[in-house]
Design a protein around this ligand. Structure first.
Ligand code: S3P
Length: 441
């Protein structure tokens, strides 16, 4: 039974720790596997997407041990996971004996394509039916310019991909789309290239790679929208800790703003400014969100986030450079907009159409079933707020963030909502429904 019934709770109160950050967990496995020696990754996100990265490196010959730790830092979560990764250096990977299945994970397939471009053996990458429709030309084009041999389905556009790496040369590349996956893929290939690889982004995307790679000894520099990396030197092992995932906390922040008398505190959440554009947007919409206990964890800013409902939200216009800093939060922001006064318009967000699902189409289709008034554009949508959304029978479209956004809509609506396809939450947030239960009991 892959569905759940959700209604408005009588209470929605309490503290919780969101799961460890997905983007940072992926990168920790990548860099540790390529470093020479034993690295430790504390508070690793054990979810389907990040396990796709772990399994990919295991099939390239890297030994990765998993431990359960009952660290008191995460007392609000039943258990936290730790990885011990025995990296073999940039040139220590071995040819995989089989096709590598990247599951649903865009980060795994795009970043590993960069790594395999620098390795002189044959690898074949594939994924689930969603991943096999996600654009790969955005990494194939620059990696081919560096000298990699890559072929992919449908005229080099989609997975499966076959990669035969070779001696790469550094390039200067102006990225047409702001994408941290593309930037990180090229930076990883740059580690194998002779000389300095320079990337210019059109707008700033999440910068976890830039923050983490220097901790592994890489020669990396950031100047405005330019990022450069020096190739040729081996990476050193590191001991690091992953902060809580802001994108996962976002569902509870918005739920709290929509439910009367709610009061929540999300503890230990990453507040890297390249990720928290949602906080600026919500504050412009009229929400009051408190940030406290600011600290740094493994080079990333972390804090506790508290909010109380119910907020009187106002519609807003969103476009332009801020979009990458809230790209994964748009589905749940659409839910907030559906309950706000006035119209919210989002433009310049065409990237949403090529995520785990076409997120413009999926969220518009499902929120309309609950009574929302939505107009779709090729690059966004506009939502006219309406306090009276009603429970309905809705679908996740196999997309974790759509499933969780619909759960937030269900918590704030009248009547019962049935969400189908909820196992998709295991991609990034396996304990999502447990936390909802905990806060509403
Ligand atoms: C991610 C980057 C973003 C984001 C994805 C994770 C990453 O994708 O949507 O969930 O870890 O680098 P793009 O780089 O394609 O924008």
């Amino acid at each position: 039974m892959d569905r759940i019934d959700i209604s408005r709770p009588r209470i929605f109160k309490g503290e919780f720790s969101p799961p460890p950050d997905k983007s940072i967990s992926h990168r920790a496995v990548f860099f540790s596997s390529l470093a020479q020696g034993k690295s430790i990754v504390r508070n690793f996100l054990r979810a389907e997407d990040t396990l796709s990265t772990v399994n990919a490196f295991r099939s390239l010959g890297i030994q990765i041990e998993e431990r359960i730790s009952s660290s008191s830092d995460y007392e609000l979560r039943a258990e936290s996971y730790e990885l011990v990764i025995h990296g073999k250096g940039l040139h220590g990977l071995s040819e995989p004996l089989n096709i590598i299945d990247c599951g649903n994970s865009g980060t795994t397939i795009r970043l590993i394509t960069g790594v395999l471009s620098g390795n002189p053996f044959l690898s074949v990458l594939t994924g689930d039916s969603s991943l096999r429709t996600r654009p790969m030309a955005r990494v194939i084009t620059p990696l081919t310019m560096m000298g990699a041999g890559i072929s992919a389905r449908d005229n080099n556009r989609y997975p499966p991909l076959a990669i035969k790496g070779s001696g790469l040369s550094a390039i200067k590349y102006e990225m047409p789309v702001a994408s941290a996956q593309v930037k990180s893929s090229i930076l990883l290939a740059g580690l194998y290239a002779e000389g300095e690889t320079v990337i210019v982004e059109p707008a700033r995307s999440r910068d976890h790679t830039e923050r983490m790679l220097p901790a592994f000894g890489a020669g990396l520099q950031v100047s405005g929208l330019n990022v450069s990396v020096k190739g040729g030197a081996d990476l050193l092992p590191a001991d690091m800790e992953v902060p809580g995932d802001f994108s996962s906390a976002a569902f509870f922040i918005i739920a709290s703003l929509l439910i009367p008398d709610s009061e929540i505190i999300a503890k230990g959440v990453g507040i890297n400014p390249t990720r928290t554009g949602l906080l600026d947007v919500l504050s412009k919409m009229g929400a009051k969100i408190e940030i406290s206990n600011m600290r740094e964890v493994s080079g990333e800013p972390v804090a506790d986030i508290s909010c109380k409902g119910k907020a009187l939200l106002k519609g807003i216009q969103i476009s332009g450079e801020s979009i990458p800093s809230l790209i994964d939060e748009f589905p749940v922001l659409c839910v907030a907009a559906a309950f706000a006064e006035g119209t919210t318009t989002i433009r310049g967000a065409e990237e949403l159409r090529v995520k785990e699902s076409d997120r413009i189409r999926s969220i518009a289709t499902e929120l309309r079933k609950m009574g929302a008034e939505i107009e779709e554009y090729p690059d966004g949508l506009s939502i006219t707020g309406n306090e009276k959304l009603k429970g309905a029978d809705v679908e996740s479209h196999g997309d974790h963030r759509i499933a969780m956004s619909l759960a937030v809509a269900a918590l704030a609506s009248e009547g019962k909502t049935t969400i189908n396809g909820i196992s998709s939450v295991n991609i990034s947030f396996p304990s999502f429904f447990d936390i909802i239960r905990k806060l509403s009991s």
